[in-house]
Design a protein around this ligand. Structure first.
Ligand SMILES: C[C@@](CO)(OP(=O)(O)O)[C@H](O)COP(=O)(O)OP(=O)(O)OC[C@H]1O[C@@H](n2ccc(N)nc2=O)[C@H](O)[C@@H]1O
Ligand SMILES: Nc1ncnc2c1ncn2[C@@H]1O[C@H](COP(=O)(O)OP(=O)(O)O)[C@@H](O)[C@H]1O
Length: 287
């Protein structure tokens, strides 16, 4: 496999939280959530070239993130140790998604690494085992390993796949990065939304409990939502700072994208019930 000439890219898609309710807090400080994770067709991509030295490399480096902290490196090295693999791997990371945007880039990169290396290193771990390993890297890693649009409870690990109309989304990054721990540590974060039954879900009757805290700290995010909501139902994703607007068609989303003020950057993506990562795994498993 020569990744220099023809990289065999594995997709690392983004997600949206179509809603995010905070129900309470566990004794370990983590929050009990209810959310709907929508897989998108757009994201980063990674390519893997096995080596016999046993070393793990990731290039190019992400500015501001040490290699040992890069979730791609951490996922590869955890799997290598867990499965006593003697081979190493040189990983190419084509980073497109903004970091700290609430669209899950880092968690998705970790999941793609776990799924691809489980295949290349022939670790033969089940999806459940990979999801369990992934949870130690981040609350969102299991959902990307499973690769299905899904309701999630617990800290995000209690996953119930669902099918939604595959709508189009305009996802906009307001230019501010919001740390997940910063939002969850906020004293004024609402933590008492009553539990709902998944079958009762409708976009209009749900919300994002993190939104107001982020708006207060970063008024630019509130301004962005005010702009978007003029065109379509809109909401912040995850702990921010990206905001999405949902449309019936890609061309409607693209029309609004063209009018986006230049101070903000965004992309149009399609919702997928099965993630591009899972489709790639199915494709290589058939070969
Ligand atoms: C809430 C979500 C929704 O998607 O926010 P985003 O990060 O995507 O914005 C995620 O589940 C986040 O997942 P992830 O970003 O992997 O979180 P982690 O690295 O596990 O945790 C970062 C920090 O957030 C807090 N945290 C995270 C998840 C959770 N259910 N309760 C928490 O209190 C903890 O303080 C933890 O130290
Ligand atoms: N491969 C990676 N891609 C993105 N972020 C990473 C990666 N490895 C480590 N990180 C760290 O994880 C943080 C959260 O990134 P990300 O998952 O993209 O955001 P969010 O959790 O808001 O969706 C980043 O600010 C960065 O410090």
């Amino acid at each position: 496999m020569d990744t220099q000439l023809t990289p065999d890219w594995w997709p690392s898609p983004a997600k949206l939280n179509l809603f995010l309710h905070i129900l309470g807090r566990y004794p370990n400080g983590y929050h009990q959530l209810q959310s709907l994770f929508q897989m998108l067709d757009t994201g980063d991509r990674l390519a893997f070239s096995l080596n016999t030295t046993g070393d793990i490399t990731v290039s190019p480096e992400i500015p501001g993130v040490n290699t040992e902290d890069n979730l791609v490196y951490r996922a590869a090295s955890m799997l290598q140790r867990h499965c006593n693999v003697s081979q190493g791997v040189d990983i190419l990371l084509d980073k497109q998604l903004p970091m700290g945007g609430g669209i899950g880039g880092g968690s998705s990169n970790a999941a793609t690494t776990l799924v691809a290396l489980n295949h290349y290193w022939q670790c033969k771990l089940s999806t459940d085992e990979l999801a369990e390993l992934g949870l130690t890297l981040g609350a969102d890693v299991p959902i990307f390993v499973r690769g299905k649009t899904a309701f999630a409870g617990g800290v995000g690990e209690d996953i119930h796949p669902t099918t939604l109309p595959e709508q189009a989304y305009l996802v906009v990054f307001p230019g501010v990065h919001v740390g997940t721990a910063e939002v969850f540590g906020h004293p004024e974060l609402p933590r008492d939304t009553p539990p709902m039954r998944w079958q009762d879900y409708e976009f209009e009757s749900t919300h994002n409990d993190c939104q107001q805290i982020v708006f207060n700290a970063h008024p630019e995010v509130a301004k962005l939502l005010q702009w978007l909501v003029h065109y379509a139902p809109s909401r912040m994703t995850g702990t921010g700072a990206c905001v999405f607007a949902k449309f019936e068609t890609v061309s409607q989303a693209s029309d609004v994208h063209k009018q986006l003020p230049s101070k903000w950057s965004g992309f149009v993506a399609k919702g997928m019930n099965t993630s591009p990562l899972l489709l790639k795994l199915e494709q290589v498993s058939l070969i």
